[in-house]
Design a protein around this ligand. Structure first.
Ligand code: EPU
Length: 339
């Protein structure tokens, strides 16, 4: 394990904002995880687990503790039958490289989650999802270090309590577990329509009628290229807001304001409304607020164009939330976690 001191969080997060962290532990093995945690408890310092930094916002005051930076490798087939292949993946693996490897093996289950930045171990934390697939659909279990009991535990899919953009790791168990590997059960059956509408529209437009996982991956990469800016060129964290979930009464109110509002009815009878649509129809798309650009191709994405600090981002965020609320009486929420 390598430990570095006084590291800029700006360099570790794709939004390119924030102060310094006192220490960063570069963790390559499960033993390194234990060593980093023991070091933190002996110095009475807090820890924060970081993967790719693509879904994390760092505050200006920095972090007086140890950042546990996960690099744990691994990609091992642990089970294989006529229908499924089960693979154990190290938390530090680059997510898109994992997707690519499973596509080369002709496996289905995560192809629609192509080109998402970040690490494999981060995917369960907020139940990452895109174009009709989410990690909860294929994740069987994961291994994590439980900082409370100081043991490694295996958590099943059910233990994680996945819902839309949520798991125990950002709820009741925030800060308790350090994920070291995830196990995915992927299908040998190739994808079949109906597909998520944005994907289907793309396939129709390009007259693609024969599907395998590679066709779907290629289509997703193209769709994302247009809607989600490359964080290396334009600093951003993907969707900056979660989609709004509202009840029947509020939905009726929204339909009265604009009957064309796109809506997805959830299993529990509530309605998911795209925050990108709300932000665009509140007149904010393309605007620059405190150095933060509301991306002109997708209003759900905030790009750090010239913000000087986290404080600028927070001001821009709060103005956007207020304008959407004033226009639609819907409260939208930030999606990335904060350190
Ligand atoms: N829309 C607008 N204006 C905009 C953006 C979107 O009107 O500026 C409308 C679209 O026309 C569409 C609807 O909003 O009718 C939904 O848009 P889209 O299908 O692009 O998806 P999204 O709800 O904006 C979610 C995820 C994305 C994921 C896409 C595709 C969240 C918070 N975001 O976005 O995830 O890639 O679906 O499945 O759930 C991420 O989390 O970082 C992320 C990129």
């Amino acid at each position: 394990m390598k430990t570095l001191t006084n590291i800029s969080l700006k360099d570790l997060t794709t939004m390119k904002l924030g102060g310094n962290a006192s220490f960063i532990a570069e963790v390559y093995t499960k033993d390194d995880v234990v060593e980093a945690c023991n070091s933190a408890s002996s110095q009475k310092l807090p820890i924060f687990v970081l993967g790719g930094g693509s879904n994390i916002i760092a505050r200006d005051e920095g972090f007086n503790g140890i950042i546990v930076h996960i690099h744990i490798p691994g990609f091992e087939v642990i089970d294989d039958d006529v229908n499924y292949t089960t693979i154990k993946i190290g938390a530090g693996e680059n997510w898109d490289s994992v997707v690519e490897r499973t596509i080369n093996m002709k496996l289905s289950g995560i192809e629609a989650m192509s080109a998402i930045p970040g690490t494999a171990g981060a995917t369960p934390v907020q139940n990452v999802g895109a174009y009709g697939q989410e990690i909860a659909d294929t994740m069987q279990s994961l291994t994590a270090y439980d900082t409370k009991t100081k043991t490694f535990v295996e958590l099943t899919n059910t233990d994680c309590e996945f819902t839309y953009r949520y798991s125990i790791f950002r709820g009741v168990s925030t800060g308790r577990y350090i994920i070291t590997d995830i196990t995915l059960k992927l299908s040998k059956k190739q994808p079949e329509p109906p597909f998520y509408s944005a994907l289907q529209n793309y396939l129709d437009k390009h007259n693609i009628t024969a599907f395998d996982v590679k066709t779907i991956r290629d289509a997703i990469i193209e769709i994302r290229k247009n809607k989600l800016p490359d964080p290396i060129i334009l600093p951003n964290t993907g969707s900056f807001f979660k989609n709004a979930v509202v009840g029947k009464q509020q939905m009726d109110g929204l339909r009265a304001i604009d009957n064309d509002i796109p809506v997805f009815e959830m299993n529990d009878g509530s309605y998911k409304i795209p925050s990108g649509w709300l932000i665009e129809h509140a007149g904010l798309k393309g605007k620059l607020i405190h150095g933060i650009r509301i991306y002109d191709k997708n209003a759900l994405v905030l790009v750090n164009e010239s913000a000087k600090s986290y404080n600028d981002l927070a001001k821009a965020r709060d103005e956007i939330i207020k304008t959407v609320h004033d226009t639609f009486q819907v409260q939208i929420q930030q999606e990335p976690l904060e350190i």
